[in-house]
Design a protein around this ligand. Structure first.
Ligand SMILES: Cc1cc2nc3c(=O)[nH]c(=O)nc-3n(C[C@H](O)[C@H](O)[C@H](O)COP(=O)(O)O)c2cc1C
Length: 370
């Protein structure tokens, strides 16, 4: 991948020629995006539920881990790639499913998917995305489709059939959001969809999704029966997103899921849920190697990715920084964000004395003193 910096010493020379206020780390994109976006959109992207305790804890929890790196290792030629559900990812991350990229940029999901396609990274399209399943597939990106169940079996089948016909490689069934958390920033801004931005894959009616703007077309609870239905209704491998309890990970796999994603939805659902990275070790233990475990919520650094790998994740999903980088610099902005993270992962592996993600183990980490 172009910015991964395989041969360079620091690893990110290709990714960035920083001048002035240009972003040089993923967190930098937030302020740059918020300065450009209408306040309601910025609040919708950056906000989370209630007091946003979990939002803050997702990043703070990464900061509580410390590495115990190894020295003396030949790290030239190290390789950050991982295998996930039959595809080799060049770096151990993909783009998380997120609604409405066109609030940030007219090309929206298509711009993000193109940046992914150029790098061989997987893009996940949300049910409530603002570009069609077919148009996203046409970018050439390796795509996953994220499903929110609608309250209509025929329409759910139609979404699955379209994703399959368009060559999507996996189905992400998000189980932590049948009803929405209370996003108070959206209430304060009175957020609603601006003209010209639509839920492109849901053809009927004025679909609404939030307590500020209703959620009347979605199935208002997701049960294990629903997971069984989804597994039976698609030939794609099913990734259950939103797992925090180890017993739920086991249940999902018992019912036919091919992978689980440890996530608290970026703090947008139940506030004061456990940070994803803190939930990961028990889930990994319970899964016991039966299936890949992914993680999202709070990933901002290559060292976050490394911590997730060390605690047993196969890879991670990158969330908000993708939207912020899209808002800041369109497709080139996303490219820069993806390259920065890939370069940081490559650097972190080397500095930790690892030649590949598979060498990352719990020995690499201790809790910070105090
Ligand atoms: C604006 C926004 C929209 C989102 N939309 C969806 C969605 O449609 N489906 C879904 O499964 N998750 C959705 N998520 C959650 C992300 O997939 C992911 O879990 C979360 O962003 C991770 O937290 P982070 O971005 O702080 O790292 C959304 C997140 C944000 C910020």
């Amino acid at each position: 991948m172009s910015g991964a910096g395989g041969a360079s010493r620091a690893g990110w020379e290709h990714a960035a020629t920083p001048s002035g206020a240009d972003p040089i780390r993923l967190a930098d994109f937030e302020a740059l995006a918020l300065a450009k976006l209408p306040p309601g959109t910025g609040a919708y992207y950056s906000g989370a539920a209630n007091d946003e305790v979990t939002l803050r804890d997702n990043t703070a929890a990464f900061d509580r881990w410390r590495f115990v790196p190894r020295i003396g290792v030949e790290i030239r030629g190290r390789d950050a790639s991982v295998d996930v559900l039959g595809r080799r990812w060049p770096s151990p991350f993909m783009v998380a499913p997120m609604a409405l990229h066109r609030l940030a940029d007219p090309e929206g999901e298509l711009a993000v998917a193109r940046a992914c396609a150029e790098r061989g990274l997987v893009f996940c399209l949300s049910t409530v995305g603002s570009a069609t399943i077919e148009d996203v597939a046409a970018t050439g990106a390796a795509c996953w489709f994220q499903l929110y169940l609608l309250d209509d079996e025929g329409r759910n089948r139609d979404l699955l059939a379209r994703a399959e016909a368009s060559g999507y490689e996996a189905l992400v069934f998000t189980m932590d959001a049948p009803i929405l958390g209370r996003r108070e920033r959206d209430i304060r801004t009175g957020f609603s969809l601006p003209p010209g931005v639509t839920y492109a894959n849901i053809r009927r009616g004025a679909l609404k999704r939030d307590d500020t703007y209703g959620d009347d077309e979605f199935k208002p609870s997701n049960t294990w029966d629903d997971l069984e239905w989804v597994v039976g209704a698609t030939r794609l491998p099913v990734v259950v997103k939103g797992v925090l309890h180890p017993a739920d990970a086991v249940r999902a796999l018992d019912l036919g899921a091919a992978a689980v994603d440890v996530s608290n939805h970026g703090g947008r659902q139940l506030d004061r849920s456990i940070a994803a990275i803190d939930a990961l070790p028990a889930v990994v233990d319970a899964v016991a190697g039966r299936a890949p475990v992914l993680l999202d919520s709070g990933v901002r650094r290559g060292t976050d990715v490394l911590a997730a790998l060390a605690l047993g994740a196969r890879g991670v999903m990158l969330g908000r920084p993708v939207l912020w980088s899209l808002a800041w610099g369109r497709e080139a902005g996303v490219a820069r964000a993806l390259d920065l993270l890939a370069a940081e992962v490559h650097l972190a592996l080397g500095l930790a004395g690892l030649r590949s993600p598979a060498e990352a183990s719990r020995e690499l980490l201790v809790h910070a003193p105090g």
